[in-house]
Design a protein around this ligand. Sequence first.
Ligand code: IDP
Ligand code: MG
Length: 153
Amino acid sequence: MERTLVILKPGALQRGLVGEVISRFEKRGLKLVAMKMKQLDQSILDVHYAHLKGKPFFPWLCSGMTAAPVILCCWEGFEAVKVVRAMAGSTNARNAAPGTIRGDYALSAQENIVHTSDSVENAQAELDRFFSPEDYCDYPSPLNQFLYAPDEK
Ligand code: IDP
Ligand code: MG
């Protein structure tokens, strides 16, 4: 099973959308295996958003990401990285398709409710950035027999 990181950005808390967004991943059938609330700081954002450091919007992005705590979630499922990324929708929420999280709850390129890992390699690195091994919970998944065919992976 693949694991991916979702960050419910400060805007999700500020706008009271935490339950709605988490509920989407649950209803899809993904399994929540780790979760915590955390106040991010500049040093972790310098690493997490290193690919955006030279961009003019970087200071605004960081002030938005530190304006309130975030909810960090690890979701598990077959091809979870791809599935979760598609559920988030396009980065610029104004281009995001209706039915996606950004397409249903946001109107901004920056204030777009969720972060989702963009590849299996980045998912592992991002999960290691925010979670320790003891943060992960192991528990039965009795619904898997209804969610997946026996030959799927
Ligand atoms: P992603 O979140 O869809 O993976 P990235 O390109 O990795 O998109 O950018 C990380 C975050 O930086 C975005 O989610 C968004 O909050 C912000 N961002 C990206 N591009 C822009 C932009 O053009 N203007 C303002 N903020 C942006
Ligand atoms: Mg990204």
